[in-house]
Design a protein around this ligand. Structure first.
Ligand code: KE4
Length: 428
């Protein structure tokens, strides 16, 4: 049995000072049982806990570590920049360079505003869309998570879903009165919403590839459909690419699927693990933002030089190496191996993947939306999770999260993971 005694005592101490012992709910292992381990260090494709156990990491700090942990060029860039100060609250050159780089990589982003988290980016994008259209309502999709924005914590995904109460306490009904929730891939539902709310809908916000209820994909031209119906009705189409941005290729999901949204949100990879968020898109919409427009948005640490430099370095490595082709190859290897392991062990696993993002649902059904995802056997997933953890493989601690492969993973890591999965599946 793996010794995690120092983590266990740390967790007891943490519980005295931090609600649930964690600074973000999903880390608490509540969806899989047991107590979380505490990380001492991370390098490449692995994390090492305070008891000295090293795990192959498929969470990658929930997406930012696309190049692996502690990438030498990123560490060096942060160290060198920190020598000159950590925050100024005054414009700095790195903000301009990163804004240019994101706009060059993602053509729909003509202007961009940096902030400090994906939540802030989505909250601000919604406010901006409402200010630009002067309309109140927003369509979101069940299972899509856009951070803990009051008006969007309705049938949210990620930790909210994991805790089985998709809506959050503390959000007065008035705050979500203008939020319309529809099933992902439900074209008729979207059409009905626009018909029932003429000239009322400011925006449609979605994860183009929902990855906060596991991972499922747009079906039958759903993204093209949303682009058309929002254009037709004067609503702002917002792609939440906090997770998919720079993950599914340098141009993100919008480039992969060939759809140009009006606004996009970003986070995670563009900060390479330092706190960052961003939202950007059409200049006529972005120019509604203070100080030139009437929509207020601000942030003390927005455009932080360390986060900017870390993100710039990550993007530079991503475009100048074969990272994306490696990620695709490793993802394909994992997918075929996991499907084979499930077949050989006789366990029902619906393994869904796009690029280096994946989810193994413990169900026999294809998963195209939140309702489908909810059929997964969470208890069986929890046993699988712990079986893999005992074999030093760290998966996302919830059936309703996506996994991430990094460019630091190797084919041998994937092979080891598949063999471990087969052994654990046989024991379920
Ligand atoms: P943050 O506020 O956590 O930086 O970003 C919120 C967010 C917005 N949009 C999408 C598509 C996201 O995936 C996220 C955050 N993702 C979760 C992972 N499922 C963060 C993990 C956590 O909450 O601890």
């Amino acid at each position: 049995m793996t010794d995690r005694s120092r983590s266990t005592s740390l967790f007891q101490e943490a519980l005295k000072w931090i609600p649930g012992g964690v600074n973000s709910p999903v880390r608490a292992f509540r969806a899989v049982g047991g107590t979380p381990f505490f990380v001492q260090s991370a390098k490449g494709a692995t994390v090492t806990d305070v008891d000295g156990n090293t795990y192959i990491d498929y969470v990658g700090t929930w997406g930012p570590a696309i190049l692996g942990h502690a990438h030498p060029r990123i560490i060096q860039a942060i160290q060198e920049t920190a020598e000159f100060g950590t925050s100024f609250g005054i414009p700095n050159p790195y903000e301009v360079t990163l804004a240019q780089k994101v706009s060059q990589a993602v053509p729909s982003v003509r202007k961009i505003r940096m902030c400090n988290s994906g939540t802030e980016a989505c909250m601000s994008a919604i406010r901006l869309a409402r200010g630009y259209t002067q309309r109140p309502k927003v369509i979101k999709f069940a299972g899509c998570y856009h951070g803990h924005v009051d008006s969007l914590l309705v049938k949210a995904g990620s930790g909210a879903l994991t805790f089985g109460h998709p809506d959050s306490a503390g959000v007065p009904p008035e705050f979500t009165a203008h939020t319309i929730v529809i099933n992902f891939n439900d074209k008729a539902g979207v059409e009905a919403a626009f018909q029932a709310n003429p000239d009322q809908i400011a925006a449609v916000i979605l994860e183009p590839v929902p990855a906060n209820a596991g991972l499922y994909l747009p079906q039958n031209g759903f993204l093209e459909f949303l682009r058309g119906i929002t254009q037709k009705n004067g609503a702002v189409l917002i792609f939440d690419e906090v997770m998919t941005g720079f993950r599914l290729g340098i141009g993100g999901a919008q480039s992969l699927f060939g759809i140009e949204p009006d606004l996009s949100t970003f986070g995670k990879i563009i900060g390479a693990g330092l706190p960052v968020g961003a939202f950007g898109g059409r200049a006529d919409i972005m120019d509604c933002l203070a100080p030139i427009g009437p929509v207020y948005q601000a942030g003390t640490l927005s455009g932080n030089p360390l986060a900017m430099v870390a993100g710039l370095t990550a993007l530079d490595v991503l475009v100048s190496t074969d990272a994306y082709s490696r990620l695709e190859n490793l993802g394909a290897q994992l997918e075929s191996g996991m499907i084979d392991a499930a077949k050989r062990s006789g366990v029902d696993v619906e393994f869904q993947r796009i690029g280096s993002m994946f989810c193994g649902y413990f169900t026999h059904k294809k998963v195209h939306n939140l309702d489908d995802a909810m059929h997964a056997d969470r208890e069986k997933f929890a046993r699988f999770f712990h079986g893999m953890l005992d074999k030093n493989i760290y998966l996302a601690p919830s059936q309703f999260e996506a996994g991430f492969i990094s460019a630091a993973h190797t084919s041998q890591d994937i092979e080891k993971t598949i063999e471990a999965a087969y052994e654990v599946m046989k024991s379920l």
